[in-house]
Ligand binder design. Structure first.
Ligand code: GRF
Length: 201
């Protein structure tokens, strides 16, 4: 299936997905487009290096969030994109994008949802003092990190962890988990029934 990755920042998950595709680990999944709301973000350079086309739009150049997303939807449809993979895309999605891609948008979040939704999940986990946190891949709905969970992996918080050291271990888990789940989605192996998901072998 034809994939668009949406990202706002560093793009290390974007790079991990691109590398997985190169290594034949995305099944039939092909990353056809990067969408970023921050043209100056490092992820844009990563797309250029990987030879992946990028749609770089500043939301503030549009009269509304809806018009910004309508422009994105037009490009996704031109390219026949079937799956949207959010990887550090720091915006809520509106119905303009959700409606045409219902059940075909996923996100990765650096906590075990529903704990620590929203910004700085790693800092939130450290502040709370949990001993176990992790990574969640989930379907996206209109809320903040609220759609049905597809997969989770735990990461232990070690005594003396800083935000940096914990983030580093969480990222390593993300780079493994996201390509695995994107592959399952591309191969049509993720089934959704109400909030419950099942991944067929
Ligand atoms: C990741 O930790 C992801 O879970 C969160 O944003 C971060 C993006 O990092 N949603 P990167 O831009 O992929 O390096």
């Amino acid at each position: 299936s034809r994939i668009a990755v949406f990202a706002s920042g560093q793009g290390s998950n974007f790079a991990a997905l691109a590398e997985a595709e190169r290594a034949g680990r995305l099944g039939g999944g092909r990353i056809e487009l990067l969408v970023s709301d921050r043209p100056e973000a490092p992820v844009a350079k990563r797309a250029e290096e990987a030879g992946i086309p990028a749609l770089l739009l500043r939301p503030k150049d549009f009269a509304s969030r809806e018009l910004y997303e309508a422009e994105i939807v037009a490009e996704l449809q031109r390219r026949n994109i079937g799956l949207i993979v959010l990887a550090g895309y720091m915006r809520l999605i509106t119905p303009v994008l959700l409606a045409p891609y219902a059940g075909r948008i996923v996100n990765i979040h650096p906590s075990l949802l529903p704990a620590f939704a929203g910004k700085d999940a790693i800092g939130q986990a450290l502040d709370y003092g949990v001993k176990l946190t992790g990574v969640t891949v989930h379907f996206v709905d209109g809320g903040m990190d609220t759609g049905p969970v597809i997969a989770q992996r735990s990461v232990a918080v070690e005594p003396g962890d800083s935000a940096e050291s914990l983030a580093e271990r969480i990222h390593q888990v993300e780079y493994e988990l996201y390509p695995e789940i994107v592959r399952a989605l591309a191969e049509g192996r993720v089934m959704l029934d109400e909030r419950k998901t099942v991944i067929r072998e």
